[in-house]
Design a binder for this molecule. Sequence first.
Ligand SMILES: [Zn+2]
Length: 159
Amino acid sequence: MKRPQRRLPVQRVKQAATYDVAEIARLLGSHRNTVRRWLKDGLQPIDDARPVLVRGAELKAFLTERQKARRQTCAPDEFFCFRCRAPRRPAAGMVDVSHRTATVVALAGLCATCGTSVHRTIRRAALPSLAETYDLQTLAPERLNGCSAPSLNGDRKGG
Ligand SMILES: [Zn+2]
């Protein structure tokens, strides 16, 4: 069994403070790239200006929800959206599949409600049943094993 990720010291975050990416990384003992991934995953900066600044209250809420979400089980065909802070279906049923290990694949899509990237990892064995619900796009060169190739008629270029 893989050990669960170490709990972040969320209590160090001051609600009223404002942090940039480097400060958040230092405060929580995380890598700056991890903080950048949180921003992609729905952590809301104050505005679009650089450097990116995040309110302590928002950071705290995001991390608390995230730790809760790790314990929360989405339905097999749902993704947890950190911006909506709820399980969501992927937009247009489109899901990208990339291979992690022999037994685990990573899924990525866009939240149908807010458009934020959503991710989850599932057992490879669960893929064929998901292929019945979603338009799976395999990103790795390797083809899906044990299920017929989905027809890729859908043009993913948005207008
Ligand atoms: Zn969302």
